[in-house]
Design a protein around this ligand. Structure first.
Ligand code: COA
Length: 315
């Protein structure tokens, strides 16, 4: 498939590191040095489905397609106010989509998983167009008393419209099952029959171990996939990696030996927006006119699971 439209939407509230330092034992200096994050957009009165719908409508507008032209809709989301129906259906009702749709929870690599899913449907001859939205509110997962996690996250949504084309060159997906590196628990509705104990535990993060996994999986997968595809690193125009921590990105740059200028970043202003991070970055770069036909664009992301995913596309 081929991307012909992108869109993104962010909550209006911008929370700076200094604002966090008003209620947390932290500082702008610590956060910027350890993560590269200066501020993030945080949901206040917005509903996530409205941000998702806004991103979708912008992507559709750029593509020139109507909702009725879309054959398949994939929504990537970790948490939202809706348990059911899936967030895809909630967003679909807002924008007028009536095609088949699915929701995936592949944590931060959700966009890359979604690309792989739509390409597989396309290759199977089932669809000619697709729409992906990644809508995330990780600021509702972390404890705001936990300075080690809440400082990392921001909210937002990113979308992409795809149509027929042989631009997707390949994808690598990998799992190292290890639940207790990034996890969160929530209690479910009580029944007269429940005898087990359930707990509400906000997001827990083993930061250093996740950091190592991110650098290792990103570096290995990007090298491996390009090698499998017979594409040299210096033929790659852009590498869009999950925006989780500037130091993770810097380490991948260093290990791959690629100029940092090939790695667009927005972590400083957005923080980690989970699976929305890649499509938000994609949209911001696209609207600046950074991608030219024939450019080789790599997406690479990692997250809870632990999952990692990398794909290569020709623009
Ligand atoms: N402000 C000030 N001090 C903080 C702090 C904050 N916001 N957060 C943690 N600290 C403290 C810790 O309490 C610890 O203090 P101690 O040495 O007295 O115990 C010290 O800083 C070092 O903590 P540590 O967790 O080892 O720091 P780190 O260098 O590993 O950085 C992360 C922490 C979370 C920024 C980093 O590990 C990271 O980004 N990991 C990847 C996480 C990620 O991307 N997760 C999402 C994946 S999708």
């Amino acid at each position: 498939m081929k991307i012909i439209g992108t869109g993104s939407a962010l909550p209006k509230k911008v929370v700076t590191n200094d604002m966090l330092a008003e209620f947390l034992d932290t500082s702008d200096e610590w956060i910027v040095t350890r993560t590269g994050i200066k501020s993030r957009h945080v949901i206040t009165d917005e509903h996530l489905e409205d941000l998702g719908a806004e991103a979708v409508l912008k992507a559709l507008e750029m593509s020139g397609l109507q909702p009725s032209d879309i054959d398949f809709f994939v929504c990537s989301n970790v948490i939202s106010e809706y348990v059911t129906p899936g967030l895809s259906c909630v967003i679909a009702e807002k924008v007028g989509l009536t095609c088949p749709m699915i929701d995936i929870n592949c944590a931060c690599p959700g966009f890359v998983y979604a690309l792989d899913i739509v390409e597989t449907y396309y290759q199977a001859g089932k669809i000619k167009t697709a729409l992906i939205v990644c809508a995330e509110e990780p600021t509702r997962m972390a404890s705001w008393q936990d300075r080690g996690t809440c400082i990392l996250f921001g909210d937002g949504a990113g979308a992409a419209v795809l149509t027929a084309g042989d631009n997707m060159k390949g994808t690598l997906l990998h799992t190292e099952p290890d639940v207790y590196k990034i996890w969160q628990l929530q209690t479910l509705v009580e029944t007269p029959f429940i005898t087990k104990q359930e707990q509400n535990i906000p997001m827990q993060l083993k930061g250093r171990e996740v950091f190592r996994f991110a650098v290792n999986s990103g570096t290995t997968q990007i090298s491996q996939l390009l090698q499998d595809l017979g594409i040299a690193l210096d033929e790659v125009s852009w590498i869009l990696v999950h925006q989780a921590n500037q130091r993770i990105i810097d380490s991948i740059v260093e290990y791959l030996g690629v100029p940092a200028s090939k790695f667009p970043v927005n972590i400083a202003d957005h923080g980690n927006t989970s699976s929305a991070s890649c499509p938000i970055l994609l949209d911001e770069c696209n609207r600046k006119g950074m991608f030219k036909p024939g450019d080789i664009v790599v997406f690479s992301a990692f997250g809870a699971g632990l999952l990692s995913a990398t794909s290569v596309m020709e623009w």
